[in-house]
Design a protein around this ligand. Structure first.
Ligand code: ATP
Ligand code: MG
Length: 575
């Protein structure tokens, strides 16, 4: 393409609305524009990147035996009511009515719709396994759409679903999709980690997220420095429990007045004790009915997904003020495991087992207890791994220690079991003629988010540094002065020859100063720049520069086309 014919409105100024680098650079490089909060136009360069991600996804899934379909974006409420998600999904689900007053939603994910399709068409075990995917616009009315394409409201997702006769076959497909996802993100040229993940609102029992490593990532991931264990921090297990802090001679239990001091920090400051001497007491409502007391050490953070797992619960929610008062007889801020007015189950994090000389709420207003000894004062607890992992915690798999990194979730695979097939009555007849609910897996990739994640991971002060497989164009040719005939004709010839070889190339035929052209080239992030300038050309040479490198190399103009084509073919290994 010739740049004078292209629609690439680059910006010099950093747009005020953008917080993260990918958002700033996508706007500045003229790839996207905001239409409404979390809703964007994709301009030509943006679309080219999008199509590249899509094409890699499509090729690898097809290679793995999945078939592409396209489901409606507008979905009838009945299917969502049948699965129970119409009520559970909350405000993220964009709902509306048609002219006949029938309810619909704009699909945020398509388990219901695809299960409905399959239940209508599939009868026998001979029809499975079946793996279907689509690449489609999704809508989630996110509470806080932000960071441009990283968390939009309207975004493009690849969502895939597989159907099987039994769990074993579904797990086999899960592994096949896991491998396909690895190939996809390898081919995108991204640094990522698959991590064990919570199954969240979609439900199911086994899941991995694919996290692109980037300091700006919204997710924290825990990985072992010695083995390949990695997990989302929500889920990450902790190996050897931290030994409880013991004081030499256990003190007697004593009331201490702590007027108005409710939080651990407040009480710790007030009593001049460190936070690890505290038993933090939280009350949770489990599966909508049972009140459970949850204990973690004062300096630790509770992980709700881990609590859910430990209790084998579907839902856990922090208790409200009234529930806290009913169980403890005290206002919020003074709860503790000793002397509760109502008998409730108590679960404690491993780090509290055996703790002594500790402090906790006294279940009385403005009062805490000191000298608390777990074994003596509240022996009836179920110990579990409940807290959020921290740097240097023990790996749950090996002798190693863990580190924390930031990541951007670009994909997730789930083993779903029969959750949706049972709800929607999607069954097949097995070889013996028995009717069985289909086993399902579900597999998503954020196509637009992948585009943003690629930038978060690959940029510098001057702009985007696209990995070659995702770049909107592979090469830009910059004649430093378009008006000069010798430069123009050389640039034009290189351009024509590269095009003929199938190289994706832009010719910067604008009448701009070289500085402007270089700035735009760096901002847009073409992996390779060819500069046609008067001095080099006198020596019969042009300059070749990779976006990743600081320096350019001169090469004979007669060899330029072959060298560039080879570099592009070989993924730009070096000159
Ligand atoms: P998150 O935890 O970031 O909200 P999710 O786990 O709810 O995402 P999934 O249901 O797993 O998302 O959707 C599959 C993929 O779609 C995600 O891995 C992510 O890459 C992408 N995605 C989800 N929500 C958004 C969004 N608001 N904007 C852009 N991409 C998104
Ligand atoms: Mg997810």
């Amino acid at each position: 393409m010739r740049l004078t014919r292209m629609f690439v409105p680059t910006l010099r100024e950093v747009p005020a609305e953008a917080e993260v680098v990918s958002h700033k650079l996508l706007l500045r490089a003229g790839m996207i524009r905001q239409v409404a909060r979390g809703i964007y136009d994709f301009l030509p360069l943006g679309v080219r990147v999008l199509r590249k991600v899509e094409q890699i996804v499509r090729e690898e899934l097809t290679r793995a035996g999945a078939q592409e379909i396209l489901l409606p974006a507008v979905c009838p409420a009945e299917l969502w009511q049948a699965s129970g998600r119409w009520d559970r999904y909350g405000k993220e689900l964009l709902r509306f009515k048609d002219r006949h007053d029938r309810e619909f939603c704009f699909g945020p994910t398509h388990e219901e719709v695809v299960t409905d399709l399959v239940r209508r068409e599939i009868r026998s075990y001979r029809d499975v396994p079946l793996n279907l995917f689509q690449i489609q616009v999704k809508f989630r009315d996110e509470v806080r759409p932000r960071f441009g394409l990283m968390r939009g409201r309207e975004f493009i997702m690849k969502d895939g679903y597989s159907f099987h006769l039994d769990r074993e076959d579904c797990e086999r497909e899960y592994d096949a999709m896991f491998a396909a996802y690895r190939r996809i993100f390898d081919r995108c040229g991204l640094q990522y980690r698959p991590v064990e993940a919570d199954t969240g609102a979609i439900g199911g029992s086994r899941s991995h997220e694919f996290q692109v490593l980037a300091a700006s990532g919204e997710d924290a991931i825990v990985s072992c420095t010695q083995c390949d264990y990695a997990a989302n921090i929500e889920k990450a297990g902790i190996g050897v429990p931290t030994p409880a802090a013991r004081v030499e001679a256990p003190a007697a239990l004593a009331d201490v007045a702590t007027p108005g001091q409710r939080t651990i920090e407040e009480v710790a400051t007030f009593l001049k004790l460190s936070a690890d001497r505290f038993v933090k007491t939280l009350l949770y409502i489990v599966d909508g009915s049972e009140t459970v007391v949850v204990l973690v050490r004062g300096d630790h953070t509770l992980s709700e997904p881990k609590l859910k797992d430990a209790l084998g619960a579907q839902t856990v929610a922090l208790a409200g003020e009234a529930e806290v008062e009913a169980a403890t007889g005290a206002p919020v801020g003074f709860a503790g495991p000793i002397g509760l007015v109502r008998a409730v189950r108590i679960v404690a994090d491993h780090a509290l087992v055996g703790i002594s000389g500790a402090v906790t709420g006294a279940n009385k207003a403005d009062t805490h207890l000191t000298g608390v000894d777990q074994a003596r004062d509240f022996p009836d607890v179920v110990a579990a791994d409940l807290r959020v992992a921290e740097t240097d915690d023990a790996c749950p798999r090996c002798e190693g220690r863990v580190t924390l990194q930031r990541g951007i979730e670009v994909g997730q695979v789930f083993y779903l079991g029969t959750k949706y097939s049972t709800a929607l009555n999607a069954t097949v007849l097995d070889a013996e003629g028995n009717e069985r609910p289909l086993e399902m897996g579900t597999y998503g990739i954020g196509v637009t988010r992948t585009m943003a994640a690629a930038i978060e991971q690959n940029h510098d002060d001057a702009g985007i540094v696209w990995p070659l497989p995702l770049a909107p164009f592979q090469v830009v040719i910059v004649p430093v002065k378009w008006a000069e005939e010798r430069l123009r004709t050389t640039a034009q010839r290189l351009y024509d020859e590269l095009l003929a070889l199938g190289v994706e190339v832009v010719l910067d035929d604008r009448d701009e100063r070289p500085g402007v052209k270089f700035k735009d080239a760096d901002l847009i992030g073409y992996p390779l720049r060819v500069t046609v300038g008067p001095r080099a050309l006198e020596r019969g040479a042009v300059e070749l520069k990779q976006r990743r490198d600081a320096d350019a190399t001169e090469i004979p103009v007669d060899e330029a086309v072959a060298r560039i084509a080879a570099l592009v073919r070989e993924g730009l290994a070096g000159f």
